[in-house]
Ligand binder design. Structure first.
Ligand SMILES: Cc1cc2nc3c(=O)[nH]c(=O)nc-3n(C[C@H](O)[C@H](O)[C@H](O)COP(=O)(O)OP(=O)(O)OC[C@H]3O[C@@H](n4cnc5c(N)ncnc54)[C@H](O)[C@@H]3O)c2cc1C
Length: 375
């Protein structure tokens, strides 16, 4: 297999054009932290890595915008922004080694999306290289762009199956004056969900609202069915949270950072992780559907269930077939992906995705199978 690490957009586009011109299957990636995520990655003749496309192209702290190359390490981006009291609150798993391009291509997100939105809400523009060897710009450097065919939204979460993201422009957020996490622990899932409902119907607007079951709580040094409410703002605002959530354990400083880092990593830690999309009112049923560790984005209707083996995943998937929940095996050991159907019910959108794939990559050369084995 030939391995390429281009250092310019033009070289990346040329590498794609040449491999595609020779009819070669291409494996496109960043730092390769997410092999366990989504579909299998094998079988390519050429591997192209973006890790040497790693520059900050333009940073305008006053405008709260930044433009970076796709191979820039996520950690380096975070540190650069923090020096200006700014942030990109994506909270992805594998943050330690990931490239920003990989984070966006996988549509990775985390606990603060409730307030700050997901990757697609933070990307205001990007450029990408096609298999025809073209570098194309979509969107720009301003937060309000003229509407048109929003190609950038298609590339976010495409797992590199359509084109190679070369650079990304983001809108940034200021780091709040202070943050605090309020942890409420209950003996049952029903009580944790009731407490979640009270927050959702109340005056608080937390940045994160997660529930962990006892097995997952143990892994992040908590206990019970635990509702985690994270807030950001002035000391006065954080004090108001303390009054509304009387009796909660208050976690701040280094312990708070460590807790949320552990929660972000939890999304990727169990051998198999099933991501369930469900109505908010089904949270209790989802939490009680599995004996393994569970982490719920309780204000978004996304829950991550951890399993130890492929049989347990298959049994859970089959048992929930009649439910109106979206189910996807998001993380699995590379060598065991073939044993499970990762995306059993993609729905009618799949036909549209296949047409989109045919436009970008008619011979299915780029990252074949990475979109959960379907594209
Ligand atoms: C063209 C294309 C289509 C794709 N379609 C799918 C697909 O149908 N299903 C899939 O699993 N993967 C799909 N993928 C892969 C997908 O992009 C990535 O896995 C991505 O991380 C998940 O995006 P999503 O929109 O499905 O789910 P997410 O954006 O992760 O959202 C999951 C669920 O969260 C809830 N939610 C999201 N935002 C909010 C909010 N602000 N407030 C409240 N609730 C919220 C909704 O119930 C939503 O369905 C697709 C990829 C491409 C390229």
């Amino acid at each position: 297999m030939s391995e390429l690490s281009p250092t310019t957009a033009a070289d990346l586009a040329e590498a794609l054009r040449e491999a595609a011109g020779n009819g070669q299957r291409i494996s496109l990636g960043g730092a390769g932290t997410k092999h366990r995520m989504a579909g299998p990655a094998g079988g390519a003749a050429t591997r192209i890595s973006t890790t040497r496309l790693n520059r900050i192209l333009q940073y305008e702290p006053k405008d709260l915008t930044i433009s970076v190359e796709a191979g820039l390490p996520y950690g380096e981006l975070t540190r650069t922004l923090a020096a200006n009291q700014q942030m990109l609150p994506l909270d992805p798993p594998c943050a330690g080694g990931a490239t920003i391009g990989g984070v966006i291509a996988c549509g990775s997100g985390g606990a603060r999306r409730r307030v700050y939105g997901a990757a697609r809400d933070m990307v205001i523009g990007l450029s990408y290289a096609t298999l025809e060897g073209q570098v194309v710009q979509s969107g720009g450097m301003v937060v309000k762009n003229v509407a048109g065919l929003d190609v950038q939204k298609t590339l976010i979460g495409s797992f590199g199956t359509l084109a190679a993201i070369v650079s990304l422009n983001f809108k940034l957020s200021p780091i709040p004056e202070g943050t605090r996490t309020f942890a409420l622990s209950f003996p049952t899932a029903a009580q944790a969900v009731q407490a979640r409902d009270k927050v959702l119907h109340g005056v608080l607007q937390p940045t994160s609202l997660d529930v962990v079951n006892p097995t997952a709580a143990e892994k992040v040094s908590l206990s019970g069915h635990c509702l985690l409410v994270r807030a950001g703002g002035s000391e006065k605002l954080l004090g108001r949270y303390g009054e509304e959530l009387a009796g909660a354990e208050q976690i701040s400083g280094a312990r708070e950072d460590a807790l949320w880092d552990a929660i972000a990593e939890f999304q990727a830690t169990p051998r198999f992780v099933v991501r369930v999309g469900h109505p908010l009112m089904d949270l209790q049923a989802v939490l009680e559907s599995s004996g393994g560790p569970c982490l719920a984005r309780a204000g978004n209707g996304v829950t991550y269930l951890g399993f130890d083996d492929a049989d347990a995943v298959r049994r859970w998937m089959a048992a929930q077939e009649a439910k109106a929940w979206s189910r996807i095996v998001e993380w699995a050991p590379e060598e065991e992906k073939a044993q499970i159907e990762q995306w059993p019910a993609p729905g009618p959108d799949l036909a549209l995705m296949q047409r989109m794939k045919a436009l970008f990559d008619p011979n299915q050369l780029l990252n074949r199978g990475r979109l959960y084995g379907r594209l």
